[in-house]
Design a protein around this ligand. Sequence first.
Ligand code: SF4
Length: 316
Amino acid sequence: MSEPLLKVERLHKRFPVAGKRGALLHAVDDVSLSIGVGESLGLVGESGCGKSTLVRLLARLLDPTEGRIVFEGEDLASTPALRFARTAARARIQMVFQDPTDSLNPRYTAHDTIAEPLALLMGQRASAADRRVHEVADQVGLPSELLSRYPHQLSGGQKARVGIARALAVQPRLLILDEPTAALDVSVQAVVLQLLDRLRRELSLSYLFVSHDLNVVRLLTDRVAVMYLGKLVETGPSEALFRAPRHPYTQALVSSIPGQGSRIRLSGEVTSPIDPSPQVCRFHGRCPEGEDRCMRQTPPVVLLPGERMVVCHLAT
Ligand code: SF4
């Protein structure tokens, strides 16, 4: 089997808690995952589960507390985020942000926005950058007459295309898409998602696709990773995981998709992510299937046929 493009090994991010001396918030806790060349991995979980922190670690905007981020065979975690921003490797991992309006500089035209990383990361001169801007605008379906416009003169869909073009301009291998269509009208969302799907196939890109919309994740990803309170609790091929989720939390998430039968409503308190006990399943306060042992023993990591992984006592 060929080496994955990205291999994350035992990644942790802990933040000090203001006003609580010595206390640590475990935002990302012992996360391991991989993304193959040309593969799309979905990352799902409710707000506050650590998805955003994990995305910022993988985009190398934040330094991990522990662990490795091996990209194309090189451990990027050992380079501090501030220094990484100035390395050639920065171009190989690019991010498309959630809200195109917030992420575009209002003083830059679409052309300047797309050209900026070409100058900063690849040292391209204006004429070469201009050629590349037109090439990539064409790839994302942005008419060249719109390149002289400022963000306020563009529609939401056009701004999304500018954001995607800026990320693609420097020829990345991995795109991190953080809720890329959440801020768009429903009618525009489908068009942008189709564009992203086509670009992945045409350019052999790998995606880490973060979304609250499970239907979109199901359609656009090859595999899914489910995160709960800083930990991955289930991973597997998208089709199999959505058809037959094994972890009780994934079962609740999937049941919220319209047309999936009766919805599992979760009740109970969410466990605090501040210094959580390693011997307790983090989902136990809300788990409909919880047992006594879930409060006394760390749930095992269970590898199942079909390249699936579940962290739960009931999966053994
Ligand atoms: Fe539920 Fe126990 Fe499994 Fe945790 S280990 S998800 S509490 S059954």
